[in-house]
Write a protein that binds this ligand. Sequence first.
Ligand code: SF4
Length: 547
Amino acid sequence: MGSQARVLLSSVFGPYAQDDEYGSRTINPMELFHNQVTRMQGPFSLRIFNRSWGLMLIQKNIEVPCTLLDFPTLERFIEEIRTHQYDIVGISSIMVNVLKVKKMCELVRRYLPHALIVIGGHISNLPNLADMIDADHIVKGEGVRWFRHFLGEDVDRSIQHPQVYTNIGTRTMGIRVRLKPEDDMATLIPSVGCPQGCNFCSTSAMFGGKGKFVNFYETGDELFDIMCQLESSMKVRSFFVMDENFLLHRRRALRLLELMESHDKAWSLHIFSSAEVLSSYTIEQLVSMGLSLVWMGLEGEGSQYTKLHGVDTFTLVRELRSHGIRVLGSTIIGLENHTPRNIDQIIEYAVRHNSDFHQFMLYMPLPGTPLYNEISSKGLLKHESELSLPDQHGQFKFNYFHPHIKGDLEEALLLRAFDRDYEMNGPSIVRMIRTGLSGWKRYKNCPDKRIRRRIACESRDLAKRGTAVVAAAKAYCAENPILHATISSLLEDLCNEFGSKARRAADLAGPLVLEQIMEETHQLQQGVTYEPPTFYEKSNTGREIQL
Ligand code: SF4
């Protein structure tokens, strides 16, 4: 295509959190946490949008002029292709949005008849996608290399890292959290894929499956350099590490730690890790590396995944939290051995972890995964007439015939898991405050100044805002004796630790927060949903216009 090509990259159009003819679903909003983690926490649910960083990475790494349209409306997408000339239109999507992609391809053919259409992302694993949409190229796997090759550019050029603020439109308890850059997080993308290759894992499968991954930055030195650049240009000190199993690349992680120590970097890291890999590090290493949150698969009692072998996940979660490391545990509902009879025991097992957050997802064979091949070869996949593609997002129904869970019972089981976790462990924000307080108490006098600085920074809101939130949550949860007791004891601990300023915050700000919580409860009952803003960015200018 050459250096003259003009490229438009786009995510699929919104709105997302509504039921419509293009496959949007109210229960499948563009909010990762609210969609899969804090779904049943009502006003306490964490509402955040995350950018389409895969598209941002491609845009940053091709030399031709490139426009990025993230979260457009249908009208905004039409306006862009009607009023501008593009030679290539790239659309990234997950599988459930296939009807939107179909519509967007039709529109590109109408308004830009000479443009080539390139489709990427998880949707590209759909076996019959080429018959469902009118596209020129369906790209599986990593897109930077593909685009560079397609455009005749040097595919081996080093990877430039885009500036991606992790949290867009953060809100919880009816309060819009306006983050200063230094309180925000930069998304860091060291690698994609995971060599562990669990049978259901679509992100692992997407980048080659078992034994495979793509490193954008091979060494700790390269990664450190990128983090320094992001720190200085974005004014951040926290990083959300978008790597399926960051600590698995041990040499890189330990070298990063060494450099953080020698350059006195008090960064906070939020990572994904499998339990076995996490356990192979000492707690001192994890704390020193700035681990602030870890997203970890717990999967389910007795599951056979090697990543859990030899790990007592209860002890692990407890230990991490006692060192101020928040844990987001992830449990699968509907493994082969789950039945309506044993599901309560499965849920209790998950809930007993008392992690700061708990994600529950249905066990779903997604195209491209070994599980999909297995279920498909047994003839157990549901036909689209039995479950439409837009409904196959893992929070509703199985896309196959489960051996034991039948009669569309699965959604109720999933909701039961979320409810039980909330009923026993309370709002995640309160749990995070508990973990934060443990970290503060343990490290506030740590002889290592760097660790002390990070913990002080992460704990700076505990005394006032944190205490006000806990006081409000205590009042809100007054009718649940278990939660009321747990939250009361946390409030007492906060007041003991921070004294009169915490007591004042509880007395004065607590009722105000409660008011916001009640208002948000009311709004949610009225069916209010949230949508991300549209982003429009031209390549190489670093400019961003929010529409
Ligand atoms: S360890 Fe996690 S990221 Fe890696 S393959 Fe398994 S589920 Fe996927």
